[in-house]
Design a protein around this ligand. Structure first.
Ligand SMILES: Nc1ncnc2c1ncn2[C@@H]1O[C@H](COP(=O)(O)OP(=O)(O)OP(=O)(O)O)[C@@H](O)[C@H]1O
Ligand SMILES: [Mg+2]
Length: 257
C-alpha cells in the first residue's frame, strides 16, 4: 500500500434492514491523519455507518453491497478473529456515553491493561507505563488516580477522556467517534475538541459522527452530509458550509445557527 492511498476507503456501502435501505451506496475516503465528519439528522444512518465499519451491526441489519478498505484490506473479507484484532488495535472507538465503552466492574487501568495484554506483546511494566502515558495524553490531571479509579468514580468529562485514552492506548490509526461530546456540557465539549486536534497532530485519523455543525466546522477537513441514508453532499468542510448546494444541507446549517 502506498502512502498516497487513503487510510480508509468506503465504497458504495449499502446497509439494509429487511427491504428497508438504511445506508444507500455511501462512498468517502478518510486520509491518514485526517478528520472526516459524517453529519445528518437523527435516523439518517450515521451510527449505522460507524457500526458497519466495526462490523458490529445488530443482527437485523445487513451490509448488502460495498467495500470498506482499511489499511489496504477490505474489512468485509476479514475473518472474525482478524476483525477482532483490527477493532482492538487499529481502530479505536469513542461513543456518546463513555459508560458504554467502559466496564463498570473494572478499574480504568485494569481494563486498559486487558486491551493491551490482548493486542500487544508488552510486559506488565511496559503496559503500565503506556497506560499512564495515554491517560496523561488525554489530559487527565492525575493519571495514577485515574488508573486506579472505577468508571463511576470519575466525572462525566473525565470518563469521556478515559474512554478516549482506552481507544488510543494500542496506537490505532483511526478513531471512530460517535457523538463524542453530546453528553458533555459546553466547556467539556471544547476540551474534547482540543483533545481531538492533539490526536490529529499525532497522525491519528478521526471519523467524526456528529450533528453539531459548530464542532464539525472546528475539527473536520471533510464532511459527508447524510439524508435518509444517502450522501446528499460531500467535500471540504469550508466549501460545503460556505456554499451548500443541497436543500437539506442548507436546512441543517440554518438549524445550527
Ligand atoms: N435494529 C434495527 N432494525 C431496523 N431499523 C433500524 C435498526 N437500527 C436502526 N435502524 C434504523 O436505521 C436508521 C438509521 O439509524 P442510525 O442509528 O444509523 O441513525 P443516526 O443518524 O445515527 O441517528 P441519531 O442522530 O439519532 O443517532 C433509522 O431509520 C433507524 O430507525
Ligand atoms: Mg446515531
Amino acid at each position: 500500500m502506498s502512502n498516497f492511498d487513503p487510510l480508509l476507503s468506503l465504497e458504495e456501502l449499502t446497509v439494509k434492514a429487511g427491504k428497508k435501505t438504511l445506508v444507500d451506496r455511501v462512498s468517502f475516503n478518510v486520509p491518514r491523519g485526517g478528520i472526516v465528519a459524517v453529519a445528518g439528522g437523527s435516523g439518517s444512518g450515521k451510527t449505522t455507518i460507524g457500526l458497519s465499519l466495526l462490523r458490529l451491526l445488530p443482527c437485523a441489519l445487513r451490509i448488502r453491497q460495498g467495500r470498506m478498505v482499511f489499511e489496504g484490506r477490505d474489512l468485509l473479507g476479514l475473518s472474525d478473529e482478524e476483525m477482532r484484532r483490527v477493532r482492538g488495535a487499529r481502530i479505536g472507538m469513542v461513543f456518546q456515553e463513555p459508560l458504554s465503552a467502559l466496564d463498570p466492574l473494572f478499574t480504568i487501568g485494569g481494563q486498559m491493561d486487558e486491551v493491551l495484554a490482548a493486542h500487544t506483546a508488552l510486559s506488565k511494566q511496559e503496559r503500565h507505563k503506556k497506560i499512564l502515558s495515554a491517560l496523561d495524553e488525554v489530559g487527565l490531571p492525575d493519571p495514577q488516580r485515574a488508573y486506579r479509579s472505577f468508571p463511576h468514580q470519575l466525572s462525566g468529562g473525565m470518563r469521556q477522556r478515559a474512554s478516549v485514552a482506552q481507544a488510543i492506548v494500542t496506537g490505532p490509526s483511526l478513531i471512530i467517534a460517535d457523538e463524542p461530546a453530546s453528553s458533555l456540557d459546553v466547556t467539556l465539549q471544547a476540551k474534547i475538541m482540543e483533545l481531538f486536534i492533539r490526536l490529529k497532530r499525532k497522525n491519528i485519523a478521526i471519523l467524526l459522527i456528529a450533528h453539531d455543525l459548530a464542532m464539525i466546522a472546528r475539527l473536520a477537513d471533510e464532511i459527508v452530509v447524510l439524508c435518509k441514508g444517502q450522501a446528499v453532499e460531500q467535500g471540504p468542510v469550508s466549501k460545503v458550509m460556505a456554499d451548500p448546494l443541497h436543500e437539506y444541507t442548507k436546512a441543517l446549517l440554518e438549524a445550527a445557527v
